[in-house]
Design a protein around this ligand. Structure first.
Ligand code: PEP
Ligand code: MN
Length: 337
């Protein structure tokens, strides 16, 4: 549900509407259009007599949104969301490449990787400092030390930092070092984490859950937006299927479908999506042809010795090749999408 205000509405008339909404314990998401506002209502509107609003001077119409996800839908916002992070953009035709190791392993290693991925055209340095590992005995990440190394390396090579936050209590720490919070697949429905990230200002990269439907994925994004942070980037990273020869099955359908249903940018992560180095380039390209606004790939200076996900990490030359081919593909895509 959103309220469409009259054109050229005055401050006083707008405040009257907002007062009514807050008196009824509802939140708002306000979008300024050219001459009017869309005031989205957040919370349970069932017990509120919204028709009263129709008698307000500034109200033009009350528009129902017949979706469980509202504010991330194209109905609420027809145009693509463009997220601008320190001048680097994603969405609305802007493509963002995120690359780096699965986990930050040492200062030396992350500097080498940052230098290489920057050289070949990445915009964002990825790397986990808090790792969600299936086994409690596997490498769990370097924690704050890892965040520091990553920030230093990113600053040296003019890159942004994206890194996973696994727990709400770590948000202030991660926020100190990162430009983008990553919510991992295993946490896509950690609603308290999503709500907490809703009250942050930095963008959130939300990865699709291992067995999440597209609707559940969009609903998870809706949590972050409804709780106040509209800078959400979605990421298709493959889902669990009966197939065992690959780590996951990339759901290419999800990319054009999400672009139809939502204004949020969507990326492809073919590293976790396939689990196989040889498939990373072709499947990243497939995602880009399908309309992805960005891509994430794992890159390591010596994948054979990586602490995690070495099998799916590109060597530097593999990343260079991917970037060259992507450049050509993005040029070509302008003509077909
Ligand atoms: C990652 O990107 O580091 C990661 C753990 O991916 P996912 O949450 O998609 O498994
Ligand atoms: Mn990984």
């Amino acid at each position: 549900m959103y309220i469409r205000t009259k054109k050229n509405i005055g401050e006083e008339e707008k405040n009257e509407i907002l007062k009514f909404i807050s008196a009824n314990k509802l939140g708002t998401i306000i979008k300024e259009e050219e001459k009017y506002f869309k005031i989205g209502l957040v919370g349970n509107t069932e017990k509120v007599d919204l028709d009263i609003l129709l008698s307000f001077a500034g109200v033009d119409e009350i528009v129902p949104i017949g979706k469980s996800y509202k504010f991330v839908s194209r109905e609420f916002q027809p145009e693509d969301t463009i997220i601008d992070i320190k001048g680097k953009k994603i969405g609305g035709g802007h493509f963002l490449m995120m690359a780096g190791p699965c986990a930050v392993e040492s200062r030396e290693s992350i500097f080498k990787i940052a230098e290489a991925v920057k050289k070949y055209g990445a915009h964002v340095l990825r790397g986990g400092a808090f790792k969600p590992r299936t086994s409690p005995y596997d490498f769990q990440g370097l924690g704050e030390e890892g965040l520091k190394y990553m920030r230093e390396a990113a600053d040296k090579y003019d890159l942004l930092v994206v890194t996973e936050v696994m727990d709400s209590q770590d948000i202030p720490l991660v926020e100190k070092y990162a430009d983008i919070f990553q919510v991992g697949a295993r946490n896509m429905q950690n609603f308290s984490l999503l709500k907490a990230l809703g009250s942050c200002r930095k963008p959130v990269l939300l990865k699709r859950g291992l067995s999440a439907t597209i609707r559940e994925f969009l609903m998870a994004a809706e949590y972050i937006v409804a709780y106040g942070n509209s800078n959400v980037i979605l990421c298709e990273r493959g889902i669990r299927t009966f197939e065992t020869m690959t780590r996951n099955t990339v759901d290419i359908n999800a990319i054009p479908l999400i672009k139809e249903k939502s204004h949020l940018p969507i990326m492809i992560d073919a590293s976790h999506g396939t689990g196989r180095r040889s498939l990373v380039q072709p499947v990243t390209m497939a995602g880009v042809v399908a309309g992805a606004d960005g891509a994430m790939v794992e890159v390591h200076e010596n994948p054979e010795c990586a602490c995690s996900d070495g099998m799916q990490s590109l060597y530097f030359d593999g990343f260079e090749k991917l970037m060259k081919n992507l450049q050509k593909l993005l040029e070509f895509r302008k003509e077909i999408l």
